[in-house]
Design a protein around this ligand. Structure first.
Ligand SMILES: [Zn+2]
Length: 304
């Protein structure tokens, strides 16, 4: 398939760990198995969480594993003009509005409505600022995307691994933030704008990000952008049974033995260990992924 363009998009909040290498390897294998392109994007829009030098460290780690991109990497911090243009587009269409709510404001509004709706510990925004005609611009405001503009954002899509998915964004998440009050662009906005700008046809990423998919498809529709194919890879669990992440202190990969790190990542995707060079191992897994039509060989766990 010549139109295949995939990507790996790490946040530079620390070095790659075993879990992020699984997502990197899966996206690389899927691109190679489709004879497609594989791009790298550094997602550094959440500036308070960005760690200086982590981006270069990640690029070195990927190179040590033989995962080379087909174009120079891009940095989201250099693309703010594109995010601004996208925000202006939904503002002009009446699809976004300013919100001055603090977390406490949202908690109080939900309590007045008699419930405290949350999704993954995030409060479901009750729409407090949606109907305001005149917005007080005295304090810094966030910009939220409407999810109840008819038709309400109830989305159905197919995940290549998880199967048929659906989510009512308006009920499960509420109108969500595109730009935060501190001026930072959100993950949702930056990913949607960049996936479209880079012509990404296939998104392969960790299952911890699967819950963002409906919001991203809704924003794509609001911006008139195409929706890529999605595949979410199995999570790598730590010894405590929780998913490995930079936040819970997953160790950085030791890349003095890149084949060992790759074999561990491949095992998490269900592929057998290889010997020889990293190049030979990657070629063997690429052939297997091409035959399987998926970068993941593991059957879906019944709990998901
Ligand atoms: Zn508000």
């Amino acid at each position: 398939m010549n139109g295949y363009v995939g990507r790996f998009a790490p946040s530079p909040t620390g070095p790659l760990h075993a879990g992020s290498l699984v997502a990197a390897l899966a996206s690389w294998l899927d691109a190679r198995a489709h004879s497609g392109q594989w791009l790298l994007r550094i997602e550094d829009v959440d500036t308070p969480r960005t760690v200086a030098g982590a981006d270069q460290h990640i690029l070195q780690q990927l190179a040590a594993c033989g995962l080379h991109p087909d174009a120079p990497p891009t940095w989201q911090s250099s693309r703010t003009a594109h995010y601004e243009a996208a925000l202006q587009q939904v503002q002009a269409a009446g699809l976004a509005y300013p919100c001055t709510c603090s977390r406490k404001d949202i908690e109080m509004a939900l309590a007045l409505q008699g419930h405290t709706r949350t999704r993954h510990a995030e409060l479901v925004y009750p729409g407090s600022c949606r109907a305001q005609v005149q917005h007080p611009m005295a304090r810094a405001n966030a910009w939220r995307l409407r999810t109840e503009k008819p038709p309400a954002a109830h989305l159905r899509w197919q995940d290549r691994r998880l199967g048929a998915q659906e989510q009512s964004v308006s009920q499960s998440v509420g109108d969500f933030v595109l730009r935060r009050a501190d001026g930072c662009w959100t993950y949702q906005l930056a990913v949607v704008v960049d996936d479209a700008a880079q012509g990404i046809s296939h998104v392969v990423r960790g299952q911890d990000l699967a819950d963002n998919t409906a919001r991203q498809i809704w924003l794509q529709q609001c911006l008139g952008l195409p929706t890529p194919h999605y595949l979410h890879t199995p999570l790598v669990l730590g010894a405590d049974g929780h998913k490995l992440s930079k936040q819970n202190g997953a160790q950085a990969l030791d890349l003095s033995e890149p084949l060992q790190a790759l074999n561990a990542a491949a095992a998490a995707l269900g592929w057998p260990a290889q010997t020889g060079t990293t190049g030979e191992a990657l070629a063997a897994w690429t052939a297997m992924a091409a035959q399987a039509g998926s970068p993941v060989a593991l059957p879906l766990a019944p709990s998901t």
